[in-house]
Design a protein around this ligand. Structure first.
Ligand SMILES: Cc1cc2nc3c(=O)[nH]c(=O)nc-3n(C[C@H](O)[C@H](O)[C@H](O)COP(=O)(O)OP(=O)(O)OC[C@H]3O[C@@H](n4cnc5c(N)ncnc54)[C@H](O)[C@@H]3O)c2cc1C
Ligand SMILES: *[C@@H]1O[C@H](CO)[C@@H](O)[C@H](O)[C@H]1NC(C)=O
Length: 619
């Protein structure tokens, strides 16, 4: 805390790249396993596999498929490389709205996002090597074992928990001493997982409060999910461990792996037998084709993979007709859109200087601590320090299948004086001025309650057949009232938590400034909270389900249980789009697992060994 309270020397984040540059010069040489991949300028005409999108799933695929020395693999990525700022955990939200973000927005709908600019929720997605794992808050969460058992019961053999656990562990390099012995974790994989090396005193208060309420302090990625814990993160030595850092950098010198950045795929090319034979893409203003001898794999994420499918003629027949796209296969692409959403405005005031007030931590001392030692307040996971899974009255508490996840933040939209969170969430001036301006720079904490299995499902539509026009997003948040009711209960559990002894030692109390648009309701009633939730709705960025995996008997399925697109050949989708139901947790680790499992299925389908190459020892 000494560093924090000496925070007068506000250096600004521009200092970080300068220091990192110096460090790089001092520490690294050309054989450093963490050097960045090259952007391959001259591509071959033909590859065995073309992977479209270098995100959480695509990075894993590129690594695993290029383990087969006689497979030539091309990884196409629309964005550029990561940088030193995207490596800093605490400033993750700064990347939203930057050139590393696709910057999607939802269409206005009457049930949610009502207090945000234009009635829209922002949907950031990574447009960068590493994809959304470069923008994300680095929380390492796998979901509930039942999620996967249910996927299997829905007709997807091999996707049950006991099977997928192998793939979670295959990726993992867990560096938490207390987890090393757990049968649910492993070490020696590509993806580094550990707790942030720094935390506010509030993080411990949160866990204590949970225990006071009768919950266990436990590893929510272990045998049981229900409970409270300090967050585990995909970080390495205090910096972000994106999927690109984990899976691409160590294999960047493989001669059979070509990585092409700034390459925006426009469509999949088919022959007359509906066999996928290549990809059309645009790079440096030039449209070009590249061909695949074996398979094209879409790993462009849950918004862009369905977009590419529709542009390629795979989608709902009437919609494609309306857009003037020749039909290749009538399929429910872009339907079954699922996401996790929650309430952004559940803020509590405290009387002690214990929170992440920006002016206190964004200073020279913090920058030095981060750059020199990989420690200090800049290492916290996008501001989220701890997590909990709790049961509302709508869940069966003995089932260990909680319906709400808490994201605990030692701060709120008021902590940065309106600089970043306001922009990232698209909070209107009116809401900011009335709810947050009066408490700017005060010590606060918040809980973002998130509904784990929403009933409401949305859909995507093409805006036009121009591949560079973003799709239209209709999330349908809380179109089913039950979702709002569950979230209201989540809010009430968080308020009860603020009344525990642990939080009362700091005199925690709800921010007294009311949500504009909801003041006419009885203050703090269920109706008030529901209104507030519908005004300040936030995505937790877990877009999924838009190319649903399922058996051929499932009319909603787009891909089969081996992730092959129905109705065509040599085309797979491998990313968060294939989740039949969003998992009851955050989606990065599950998507990396999907990448691992798909890699083995592809190797099996082409008669190759699934024995993998371990990562270098020195990362
Ligand atoms: C702000 C934010 C915070 C998040 N926080 C967390 C968290 O803390 N924990 C967690 O578990 N999950 C989190 N998530 C979610 C998680 O990161 C994603 O679910 C996961 O990264 C999705 O992986 P993916 O492979 O499906 O897609 P992505 O990782 O998004 O990858 C898709 C890739 O395809 C590229 N691409 C798209 N279209 C094209 C095209 N036409 N041509 C070429 N390339 C293309 C994109 O640029 C991108 O690199 C967060 C996400 C965001 C955006
Ligand atoms: C709750 O779950 C337990 C354990 O799975 C089960 O035995 C019980 O019948 C369930 N209760 C209700 C009300 O569904």
């Amino acid at each position: 805390m000494a560093i924090l309270s000496s925070g007068v020397l506000t250096a600004g984040l521009w200092m970080v790249p300068v220091f990192m540059g110096l460090m790089g010069y001092m520490k690294y040489d050309s054989i450093d396993p963490e050097s960045h991949p090259r952007d391959k300028r001259h591509l071959d005409h033909n590859y065995d596999f073309i992977i479209v999108g270098a995100g959480s799933a695509g990075s894993v695929l590129a690594n695993r498929l290029s383990e087969i020395p006689n497979w030539k693999v091309l990884l196409l990525e629309a964005g550029s490389d990561e940088n030193t700022v995207s490596d800093i955990p605490a400033v993750a939200a700064y990347l939203q709205g930057s050139s590393l973000d696709w910057q999607f927005k939802t269409e206005p709908q009457p049930t949610a996002c009502l207090g945000l600019v234009g009635g829209r929720c922002n949907w950031p997605r990574g447009k960068v090597l590493g994809g959304s794992s470069v923008l994300n808050y680095m929380l390492y969460v796998r979901g509930n074992r039942r999620d996967y058992d249910l996927w299997e019961e829905m007709g997807n053999p091999g996707w049950g928990y006991d099977n997928v656990l192998h793939y979670f562990k295959k990726s993992e390099d867990n560096r938490n001493p207390y987890l090393a012995q757990s049968p649910y974790h492993s070490s020696g994989g590509y993806l580094t997982v550990q707790e942030a090396p720094w935390r506010t005193p509030l993080a411990t208060t949160f866990v204590e409060a949970g225990m006071e309420m009768g919950y266990e302090n436990r590893d929510g990625n272990g045998e049981h999910q229900t409970g409270f814990m300090i967050a585990q993160g995909t970080i390495r030595r205090g910096s972000r461990c994106s999927a690109a850092k984990a899976f691409l950098r160590p294999v960047r010198l493989r001669p059979n792996l070509h990585i092409a950045m700034h390459s925006h795929a426009m469509k999949v090319l088919f022959d007359e037998n509906k066999r996928a034979i290549g990809v059309r893409f645009k790079r440096d203003g030039k449209v070009q084709n590249v061909y695949a001898r074996r398979e094209v794999i879409l790993s462009s994420g849950a918004i862009n993979s369905p977009h590419l499918l529709m542009l390629s003629g795979i989608g709902q027949a009437d919609h494609l007709r309306e857009m003037g796209i020749p039909l290749v296969k009538d399929a429910p692409v872009g339907m079954n859109l699922q996401d996790h959403f929650g309430f952004g405005g559940l803020v509590f005031l405290v009387d002690k200087p214990v929170s992440m007030v920006q002016s206190r931590y964004e200073n020279m001392g913090s920058v030095m601590q981060y750059v020199m030692y990989g420690k200090g307040p800049l290492t916290i996971l996008g501001g989220v320090e701890a997590l909990a899974w709790v049961n509302t009255k709508y869940a069966n508490a003995t089932d260990d299948f909680p319906d709400i996840e808490f994201h605990f933040v030692a701060g709120s939209a008021s902590s940065d004086g309106g600089k970043q969170i306001k922009k990232a969430h698209g909070i209107s001036d009116k809401m900011y001025n009335e709810m947050f301006r009066p408490i700017v720079n005060r010590d606060t904490w918040s809980v973002i309650p998130m509904i784990l299995r929403p009933y409401s499902k949305g859909y995507l539509r093409l805006r036009s057949r121009n591949p560079f026009d973003k799709v239209l997003i209709y999330p349908n948040y809380m179109i089913d009232d039950r979702d709002a009711k569950i979230l209201v209960e989540g809010v009430k559990i968080a308020i009860a938590m603020s009344k525990t002894q642990a939080f009362q030692r700091l005199n925690s109390r709800v921010n007294p400034y009311l949500m504009p648009g909801c003041r006419h309701l009885v203050h703090w009633s269920d109706e008030y909270w529901e209104c507030a939730i519908r005004h300040y709705t936030v995505t937790i960025y877990h877009h999924s389900g838009t190319a649903k995996m399922g058996p051929s008997s499932d009319p909603e399925a787009v891909v089969d249980p081996r992730l092959r697109v129905y109705g065509v050949t040599n085309l797979r989708v491998v990313d968060a789009s294939i989740m039949p139901n969003v998992v009851s947790g955050n989606t990065n680790a599950p998507t990396i697992m999907i990448g691992e499992k798909a890699s083995d299925m592809i190797k099996q389908d082409w008669g190759e060994s699934t024995v993998s190459i371990p990562p270098p020892k020195d990362v």
